[in-house]
Design a protein around this ligand. Structure first.
Ligand code: 3HC
Length: 325
């Protein structure tokens, strides 16, 4: 005879390794490359970390575009340092992803073949110097909001890479704020240029946090694994809260007439984000998607001799060490 107990779903037995993984996550400890991890956790980390690395590398382009035209030697030096920082961030992140068993070549191939995602934000043009200010203030500001919680990501190499990245991002954010502040204290034409850049970058910077929570397929699992600590909408709200007092100091207007604090909801009311635009950019049809990928492909091809020389140098060093041994 079948009893109700027979009909109850049978919970699969967890292996010792799975229990250990779950215990480490529950205790807020770190998972290290040597630890067992579920295949889906490993894949999700490769997905997020490689997309993040690609974003840093593609993200060098909109600003590198201004290095030769920055208005003073000091501004050139700062911008050059910032673009180099982004390259460094990409490299830490590729290294973190490599600890999960994917090679750098595979990730690079995915990027240049147009198969990998990178942040939507880097598919917008930078027509004026004020764009350097708006990118620093808004884009790097959004990056900090999103990435400070990632310093506590459950995967050790990712969390540790994020600590250094976030320190540098705060410098980037301040330099952008300072560019805008200087322009806002300048001539009417400079103020207009700064406001125009803020108008163009505000909405795309809100899209950096990803789709709304009810349309975010990865958030719930990622938060259960403590990779992400906050949802996309929570971080977007936090970012807006950070911008409002800073916009007042700058004297710029955030381009959303509906933006106001709603005491009852404990959140900001705002106009709808144009999610069609977001999906178009993700589908490769943003204002500069093809230009960005084309430039990355060219840089990859032009850099082939550097990779070959580095590999040959490493081979000679290894041979010399082997001979001594
Ligand atoms: N641009 C491009 N793709 C985006 C995106 C965006 N702004 N927001 C979301 N997506 C993609 C996701 O990657 C996911 O695609 P996939 O399933 O094919 O991988 C899909 O849209 C659905 O989104 P989810 O919300 O489910 O995805 P996540 O839970 O991964 O959240 C995220 C998206 C918030 C971007 C998260 O992955 C994250 O925090 N990543 C780390 C930070 C990062 O990559 N930042 C990119 C900016 S780089 C940067 O800031 C450099 C600095 O110098 C300015």
């Amino acid at each position: 005879m079948t009893t109700p107990a027979d009909l109850a779903p049978v919970e699969p037995e967890l292996s010792e390794a799975e229990k250990q993984f779950n215990d480490l996550i529950a205790a807020d400890s770190r998972i290290e490359p040597r630890d067992w991890m579920p295949e889906s956790y490993r894949k999700s980390l490769i997905r997020q970390i490689s997309q993040h690395a690609h974003s840093e590398i593609i993200g060098m382009q909109p600003e590198a575009n201004w290095i030769t035209r920055a208005p003073s030697l000091k501004r050139k030096a700062i911008l050059m340092a910032k673009v180099q920082d982004e390259a460094g961030h990409g490299l830490y992140l590729y290294s973190a992803a490599q600890t999960l068993g994917i090679s750098r070549e595979e990730m690079t191939d995915q990027l240049i073949a147009g198969k990998a995602k990178y942040s939507s934000i880097f598919n917008y043009p930078t027509p004026t110097w004020a764009d350097m200010g708006a990118i620093g203030w808004l884009v790097d500001g959004a990056a900090i909001c999103n990435q400070v919680p990632l310093c506590r990501a459950s995967y050790g190499p990712y969390g540790r890479a994020m600590v250094r990245i976030c320190k540098e991002e705060s410098f980037h954010q301040r330099q952008g704020f300072e560019i805008l502040l200087e322009l806002m204290q300048g001539t009417p034409a400079q103020r207009e240029m700064a406001q125009d850049a803020v108008n163009r970058w505000y909405w795309p910077s809100l899209m950096m946090f990803g789709p709304p929570d009810d349309e975010s397929p990865n958030s719930a699992q990622s938060m259960a694994w403590k990779i992400k600590r906050f949802s996309n909408d929570e971080l977007r709200q936090r970012f807006i809260g950070m911008l409002i007092p800073q916009a007042e100091v700058l004297g710029v207007t955030l381009p959303d007439p509906k933006l106001r604090w709603n005491e009852e909801k404990g959140a900001y009311d705002m106009s709808d984000i144009d999610w069609d635009e977001f999906h178009e950019v993700l589908a490769g049809r943003g204002p500069t998607n093809s230009q960005r990928l084309q430039r990355r492909r060219e840089a990859h091809e032009e850099g082939a001799w550097v990779r070959e020389a580095a590999a040959e140098y490493a081979r000679k060093q290894a041979a010399a060490r082997a001979e001594v041994a």
